[in-house]
Design a binder for this molecule. Structure first.
Ligand SMILES: CC(C)(COP(=O)(O)OP(=O)(O)OC[C@H]1O[C@@H](n2cnc3c(N)ncnc32)[C@H](O)[C@@H]1OP(=O)(O)O)[C@@H](O)C(=O)NCCC(=O)NCCS
Length: 176
């Protein structure tokens, strides 16, 4: 568990499922992904996230608001898939319910996750990437001090050639 001024990053609980399904079904939250997630996909992802955190002690943490315990979304670290052009390495990612945008929660959680990666896992660097059009996510990368790395931009291998989301842009944070 990681605590920040306003948030707790923690392992997933059964009570997260309902708001998690709702946020992944929201077309605005999922605008820069191929499609919103079905309830079954969301449930499978919750269990996968939970198992990784239980096993390794880190992963994509559920984020709750300290004031009222509300589930807001996730932020965390994930091993890059071998098929990712940036692999091997660790990426940072985030996704928040629409009602939790515009309050600085994603940046606050991201700073804590980066600190965990550098201080507890001794990672040399952490990457972040997103579809070219996802300017809100790119603003988080800038806000937390990651550096834009145009030389690392890539076409996402999981998307068909010419897909509108194919081009991905890259930011990197380095230890120290
Ligand atoms: C990407 C995403 C997490 C960004 O959320 P966000 O709320 O815009 O990001 P932040 O937490 O950094 O908040 C910044 C905003 O909060 C405002 N803010 C208000 N109070 C603040 C505070 N105390 N501290 C910092 N910022 C604050 C900032 O001014 C800024 O507002 P602006 O967007 O109007 O400029 C969100 O849009 C999202 O979940 N998108 C869908 C999923 C997704 O695309 N994930 C990334 C895939 S790679």
């Amino acid at each position: 568990m990681i605590a920040t001024d306003r948030l707790i990053l923690r392992n997933w609980r059964p009570s997260d499922l309902e708001p998690w399904i709702a946020m992944n079904a929201d077309p605005q939250v999922m605008e820069h992904f191929p499609a919103p997630l079905t309830p079954a996909d969301s449930e499978a992802m919750l269990h996968a996230n939970q198992a990784l955190i239980t096993d390794k002690g880190w992963g994509l943490w559920a984020v709750e608001r300290r004031g009222d315990g509300a589930f807001l979304g996730f932020t965390g670290l994930m091993q890059l898939r071998p098929s990712n052009p940036l692999a091997p390495g660790v990426e940072i990612g985030w996704r928040f319910a629409r009602h939790a945008w515009g309050s600085g929660f994603a940046s606050e959680a991201a700073r804590a996750a980066l600190a965990f990666g550098f201080e507890r896992l001794a990672l040399p660097e952490i990457v972040a990437f997103t579809a070219e059009g996802n300017v809100r996510s790119q603003a988080v990368m800038d806000r937390v001090g990651m550096a834009r790395r145009e030389d690392l931009d890539f076409d996402h291998p999981a998307l068909p050639k010419g897909h509108v989301l194919e081009r991905h842009v890259v930011w990197v944070a380095e230890a120290g």
